[in-house]
Write a protein that binds this ligand. Structure first.
Ligand SMILES: Nc1ncnc2c1ncn2[C@@H]1O[C@H](COP(=O)(O)OP(=O)(O)OP(=O)(O)O)[C@@H](O)[C@H]1O
Ligand SMILES: [Mg+2]
Length: 426
């Protein structure tokens, strides 16, 4: 016969046990018998019966105390208890129910009554268990949904922030590039033409040894010899300036690199440099803030397989936070040191990943909030200044997109260090 339920009977009277056993076992219930409270409690925890029939008057701990102990233990808490009491003993019945028993049966036992009550309570117990399980399943799925909604929101904000900024930057790079192409091409031609013009002037000077007074005066007025020696220098410095603008425009393009659907090889240092370039205006001294010095300590790193646009966003979020922390330090006047952001990279010892340290000597992070900073929407900044998404996005990109890790070390008043570890191969 399949098990339709397990019942634990705790009673010190063998006759009672016998009668109950006979009644219930014949109906198909599995029966466990115990003759005192302590053993009953142990059995209940081990066997997890569906129902407990509990006598009140027993040597050792009595039924009430047994009941209390069963109810205070998490593993036995939800097992329904039915007290067994003498017919006339109203006081016991009330006390038992008030202690959390679900019912009572009276002695001497009426077989049919016992069976009927046991059946009802087992049914109730089963229904309750099912309900609880359903609630648990629902809760789990709601928690899951909430989690994925939060992730989705991060993704959306991240995409939107990034694509707006990326488009702007890409647009600027494009606008700079077209006129720069023209300047660069014409300038090379101009340089060649000027060289030829000077060659012709040189030839004229050789052929015409006695120029007119008027011409001699003009030559002196423009200081032809000085021009001849100065032109190459002017051309060289202009070439340098043109190269500089080309570098800037390249950086802008690297920063705004449209995100690929699969990881590509990328030079992390280019990403960090282009981010610094985008944030450059915030590094300069202003009326309120001193200049921020950026110190780079780059190691010799291999290219890594990654999503460059997203990593740039991580650098952006962390470096922007560092700048915020330094600005706050100067408002608090808590920090008179030169404001610094140190960007350090290294190859991990196992040579399978790279390490990126981003340090600032700003206000630092209070120990009390250190474990909250990566949480969605956690911010200490005033409304309009911080949304509390920067580090949550960074965390998601590093952990979920790149299977790396991100840690923070900080001391209030001294500064903060973020350490990002990224695998070289995804
Ligand atoms: N370098 C840092 N120094 C001090 N505190 C920091 C630093 N970086 C982060 N924090 C703390 O962590 C909090 C969360 O940072 P997070 O970048 O996620 O949000 P936020 O900067 O407040 O807003 P935003 O969404 O605009 O980035 C900050 O409000 C700040 O309290
Ligand atoms: Mg931030």
């Amino acid at each position: 016969m399949s098990n339709i339920g397990t019942i634990l009977i705790i009673d010190d009277n063998p006759t009672n046990l016998e009668v109950l056993y006979a009644t219930l076992a014949s109906t198909g219930y599995e029966i466990i018998l115990e003759m005192n409270g302590e053993d009953g409690i142990k059995q209940a925890a081990q066997q997890q019966p569906d129902l407990i029939l509990l006598d009140i008057m027993m040597p050792g701990i009595d039924g009430f105390e047994t009941c209390c102990k069963l109810q205070s233990n998490l593993t036995t808490l939800s097992i329904p208890i039915i007290f067994m009491t003498a017919l006339s003993d109203t006081e016991h019945k009330i006390k038992g129910l008030s202690l959390g028993a679900v019912d009572y049966i009276t002695k001497p036992f009426q077989q049919e009554e016992v069976l009927a009550r046991v059946n009802v309570h087992l049914k109730l117990k089963r229904a309750t268990d099912e309900l609880e399980q359903q609630v648990q399943e629902r809760t789990n799925s709601l928690v899951q949904t909430l989690h994925s909604l939060k992730q989705m929101q991060l993704q959306l904000v991240q995409n939107e922030k990034m694509s707006a900024l990326g488009q702007l930057v890409a647009g600027i790079a494009h606008e700079i590039n077209n006129p720069m192409g023209c300047i660069n091409g014409n300038f090379a031609l101009m340089e060649a033409n000027f060289k030829e013009l000077f060659q012709i002037i040189d030839s004229y000077e050789k052929e015409v040894s006695q120029p007119s007074i008027g011409l001699q005066q003009k030559i002196e007025a423009i200081d032809l010899n000085y021009l001849r020696s100065d032109f190459p220098k002017m051309f060289e410095s202009t070439h340098t300036a043109i190269d500089r603008i080309k570098d800037i425009s390249d950086s802008l393009r690297i920063f705004s690199r449209a995100d690929t659907t699969h990881p590509i090889l990328f030079n992390i240092h280019e990403g960090i440099d282009s981010t610094i370039l985008i944030l450059k205006h915030r590094l300069k001294a202003s009326d309120t803030y001193p200049e921020i010095e950026v110190i780079k300590e780059y190691a010799d790193l291999p290219l890594i397989k990654c999503y460059p646009g997203q990593l740039n966003q991580v650098f952006m979020n962390i470096i922007a936070n560092a700048i915020d922390a330094l600005e706050e330090a100067s408002l608090n006047q808590s920090n008179h040191n030169q404001h610094q952001i140190r960007l350090k990279t290294a190859l991990a010892e196992n040579e399978q990943s790279i390490l990126i340290y981003i340090q600032d000597n700003g206000i630092g992070i209070n120990d009390k909030i250190k474990n909250q900073i990566f949480e969605h929407l956690f911010t200490t900044k005033e409304v309009g200044k911080g949304t509390g998404l920067g580090l949550a996005i960074a965390h998601q990109i590093i952990i979920e997109k790149h299977h790396g890790s991100i840690e923070v070390n900080s001391e209030t008043g001294k500064g903060t260090e973020f350490l990002i570890t990224l695998p070289i191969h995804q």
